[in-house]
Ligand binder design. Structure first.
Ligand SMILES: [Zn+2]
Length: 75
């Protein structure tokens, strides 16, 4: 994983690194934990997204809503 949260370019608030490792491998969810490849700090996907531009936050909200909708559709 290389710094992408959905369509958003993620950046570590601590060191500015843009590469992250996700334990899930693909399709990170807002509650997933991402490990910074630069400083090794672990961030919640949505916490990380909250540090981005408001535009990015909006995209994450949209992504979260899509996940919920997909989940509801599966019932
Ligand atoms: Zn970092």
């Amino acid at each position: 994983m290389t710094g992408q949260i959905g369509d958003i370019k993620a950046k570590c608030p601590s060191c500015g690194e843009t590469a992250f490792e996700s334990s899930t491998g693909s399709e990170p969810k807002p509650e997933d934990m991402l490990t910074c490849c630069g400083c090794g700090r672990v961030w919640r996907c949505d916490d990380l997204a909250a540090t981005l531009a408001p535009e990015g936050k909006k995209l994450v909200d949209e992504m979260a809503r899509n996940i919920v909708e997909n989940f509801n559709r599966r019932k």
